[in-house]
Design a protein around this ligand. Structure first.
Ligand SMILES: NC(=O)C1=CN([C@@H]2O[C@H](COP(=O)(O)OP(=O)(O)OC[C@H]3O[C@@H](n4cnc5c(N)ncnc54)[C@H](OP(=O)(O)O)[C@@H]3O)[C@@H](O)[C@H]2O)C=CC1
Ligand SMILES: CC(=O)N[C@@H](CCC(=O)OP(=O)(O)O)C(=O)O
Length: 322
């Protein structure tokens, strides 16, 4: 039997390597590889892209856009991990849990854009509440996201790991040992998709924070309840109803104090899974919504493989646990 041919453009990077590792174990696909000396040669890449049934683009934005123009075979399905096509209406947005239409678009489109890691958490929290009319579309939501340094790809990983392994150079390590807020130009690259795929008309205020651990991410959205016409129980029930039957999304009970570790929220508990955990912590006046995921799992490689499985009509097993 012919199995689908799968090519990973950028397979030596963080996202590409993980996709490769997860797919190498599968017998229902055939991985095809580019000559390592030609991995950035447009002609060699074009040949691989047009031979593949599925091509993952695990590249910087400019190289992803180039890959899209190099792909002329109408049968090749591109799954792009970069930011390049996430608000392009010609591309399906690879978050199948948002709606039946999203899942259908992933199945039928040959252009699929993989969501950003921070955006995945934010949109999974905000979309159902906007859709249900609990949050008005013109609300200016704010959000923070704490993430491990692997979210910054090879360069950031090398920087953290070189410096953290040099305790004899306290000046270098001390800066990285503290969490580092960024995105302070208020123009983080995930904002357009966060707004569009949540159904918001207003751009959220978003501050990501990178911290000295490799992997794991949690997005938090603070929400005043006054004027919302909803209490914490209603927020939790709305999320639970929206994601009922979605294997990759776990909506926790309201105020799950047992999910905390001595009162502290464990940011890394979805690591090495393709799962997102959603939480509502609420008092009578305020709520904090939280989404936890593995930035390399459901935030990148896991989500991309899930989209491939849906597109090919295969079981949704990504090789990561749920
Ligand atoms: N890391 C993460 O958690 C997430 C990353 N993403 C996105 O996925 C994409 C890949 O990210 P990530 O894996 O982290 O990045 P990395 O920097 O780890 O890897 C990118 C890879 O692309 C290669 N590359 C660069 N230009 C070209 C080119 N013209 N042709 C072929 N290969 C090229 C690089 O080569 P070289 O090895 O020579 O540098 C590198 O191997 C990015 O767009 C990123 O924003 C999305 C979600 C999460
Ligand atoms: C720590 C760090 O730098 N993280 C990256 C997000 C990683 C990611 O999701 O990148 P894509 O937008 O390409 O999907 C950032 O915030 O820019």
């Amino acid at each position: 039997m012919n199995t689908p041919l799968v090519f990973v453009d950028g397979h030596e990077g963080t996202t590409g390597l993980k996709i490769h590792q997860l797919l190498a174990q599968r017998s229902d696909l055939t991985l095809i590889q580019i000559d390592p000396d030609k991995r950035k040669d447009p002609q060699a890449r074009a040949a691989m892209l047009n031979q593949a049934d599925i091509a993952f683009l695990c590249l910087p934005d400019a190289a992803s856009k180039e890959a899209a123009t190099l792909t002329t075979n109408p049968k090749t399905c591109l799954i792009d991990a970069s930011t390049a096509h996430r608000i392009d209406p010609a591309w399906a947005y690879g978050l199948p849990e948002l709606s039946a239409e999203h899942r259908d678009a992933i199945r039928t489109s040959t252009r699929i854009s993989n969501p950003g890691c921070h955006a995945t958490g934010f949109i999974l929290l905000a979309h159902p509440l906007v859709k249900a009319g609990v949050i008005a579309p013109d609300t200016v939501l704010s959000a923070t996201s704490i993430t491990g340094y692997s979210g910054g790809g090879k360069t950031m990983i090398a920087d953290y790991e070189a410096k953290l392994s040099q305790p004899w150079q306290p000046d270098a390590t001390e800066v990285l040992m503290a969490p580092r807020p960024y995105g302070l130009s208020l123009a983080h690259k995930h904002l357009p998709e966060m707004r569009m795929h949540s159904g918001l008309s207003a751009t959220p205020i978003f501050m990501p924070i990178v911290a000295p651990f490799a992997q794991g991410l949690t997005v938090s959205i603070p929400l005043p309840l006054k004027g919302l016409n909803a209490d914490g129980a209603h927020l939790q029930a709305t999320l639970a109803a929206h994601y009922a039957g979605q294997a990759n999304i776990r909506v926790h009970a309201l105020n799950p104090m047992d999910a905390l570790d001595g009162g502290f929220f464990p940011v890394q508990s979805c690591n090495n899974t393709n799962r997102v955990d959603l939480f509502v912590f609420a008092s009578s006046e305020q709520a904090i919504l939280m989404a936890r995921l593995d930035n390399l799992g459901k935030g990148a490689s896991g989500a991309a493989i899930q989209s491939m499985n849906i597109h090919l009509g295969l079981p949704e097993n990504t090789g990561l646990s749920l």
